[in-house]
Design a protein around this ligand. Structure first.
Ligand code: SAH
Length: 219
């Protein structure tokens, strides 16, 4: 498939997500246009990059389904200038989408536990040369205190809980989106930090994500 065909398929995918009512906010829609998903899939999958499905990248890692990413970003509502932490870099696609949304006035810190996946993500991210993404190889289940505090935090792997250490890295007034649950079934939650020790949460729906590993994950 050439660039023209890929661009056409990308536009169709975006239209279908808008029609389905999942993609709404103009700057999020614009990010889907400007950060081409086909640059973030494994080579053999380029032709499928604009199908609305998750695709394998390597080992247990996947690039998330566009519908799911759209839903998470609409729930997260990153603002221009926000400092955002993403736990689970994977392909780097979602990190680049967020980087586009927060603009150069903001910053994205994204953490990947698997060294080979982190390297794959880094190579993908470099194709777009953003200067507001910090890629960290490490255990994101403990967050990344050095990069914070954060206006927004997003987990792209299913987690059994949100430990205090991560909650503390979110600013008061900040928001977190995370798939929470058991290893084999999670629901997506939006968690608003209303004070140092209080939060409000609402459930968005059921999803199945790659399992979070590390200290507060499933090892
Ligand atoms: N946002 C990604 C999807 C990532 S899939 C994208 O756009 O492609 C989830 C990723 O989380 C996997 O790559 C997995 O290796 C990673 N992961 C799992 N546990 C982790 C942890 N404790 N810290 C950081 N990354 C983790």
């Amino acid at each position: 498939m050439d660039e023209g065909e890929l661009a056409l398929k990308r536009e169709r995918l975006i239209e279908s997500l808008v029609e389905a009512g999942v993609l709404k906010t103009p700057r999020i829609v614009e990010a889907f246009r400007k950060v081409p998903r086909h640059l973030f899939v494994a080579k053999d999958y380029t032709d499928y990059a604009y199908d609305d499905t998750a695709l394998p990248i390597m080992k247990e890692s996947t690039i998330s389904q566009p519908y799911t990413v759209a839903m998470m970003l609409e729930a997260l509502q990153p603002d221009d200038g926000d400092v955002v932490m993403e736990i689970g870099t994977g392909s780097g696609w979602q990190a680049c989408l967020i980087a586009h949304i927060v603009s150069e006035r903001g910053k994205v810190v994204t953490i990947e536990i698997d060294m080979d996946v982190a390297e794959f993500g880094r190579k993908n991210v470099e194709k777009l040369k953003p200067n507001n993404i910090e890629l960290v190889h490490g255990d994101g289940s403990v967050g990344y205190e050095k990069g914070g505090p954060y206006d927004k935090i997003v987990y792209t792997a299913g987690t059994p809980k949100i430990p205090d250490i991560v909650f503390k890295q979110l600013k008061v007034g900040g928001r977190m989106v995370a798939p929470l649950g058991s290893a084999f079934a999670q629901a997506m939650y939006v968690i608003d930090k209303v004070s140092e020790d209080k939060y409000e949460q609402r459930k968005l729906g059921d999803f199945l994500f790659v399992k979070l590993r590390g200290k507060y994950g499933w090892q």
